[in-house]
Design a protein around this ligand. Structure first.
Ligand code: HEM
Length: 124
């Protein structure tokens, strides 16, 4: 058995398909779609492949500060982070990830929450 989730599922091709599938679903959400107006989706998909790839143990680095910077102006609501995470989890399930691999990946995604959500949403 291969060591990383990235290797086990076939690397770039698998992640590229899953990320395409993910954004198609995100854009169908009435709450989430407005965040993506006027965004260069081609560039976003490429960055997201690298980010999910990093989380899967692929040949990329996960840089929390880059995530913080690229989401800061969006003022993302906590509920919307939850919705995106749920869509990602379902997408990974539909693309064949085992529950154990999905749980491992989603735990890393959950750890990015405070860098992505509007700090005002997280204030006590
Ligand atoms: C769940 C964890 C998330 C991860 C791992 C993630 C990852 C990323 C990455 C890698 C980029 C590209 C950064 C760049 O181009 O420099 C990005 C951009 C973006 N993300 Fe996220 N994201 C997450 C959650 C969210 C949520 C919850 C929303 C909105 C509800 C969102 C909306 C956006 C938008 C609109 C951009 C484009 C920003 C721009 O180009 O100005 N993301 N995200």
């Amino acid at each position: 058995m291969s060591d990383t989730i990235w290797e086990r599922y076939g690397g770039y091709g698998f992640v590229a398909k899953a990320v395409d599938d993910f954004y198609a679903r995100v854009l169908l959400s009435r709450d989430l779609a407005p965040y993506f107006v006027n965004i260069n989706m081609e560039k976003l998909v490429e960055h997201q492949i690298e980010t999910i790839g990093a989380v899967m143990g692929g040949p990329y680095d996960l840089d929390i500060e880059v995530l913080r910077r690229s989401h800061a102006r969006l003022k993302i609501k906590l509920a919307h982070f939850g919705e995106i995470a749920a869509i990602l989890s379902l997408t990974l399930e539909d693309n064949g990830l085992t529950d154990a691999d999905r749980d491992a990946l989603m735990a890393v995604v959950a750890s990015t929450r405070d860098a992505i959500v509007d700090p005002a949403e997280l204030a006590p």
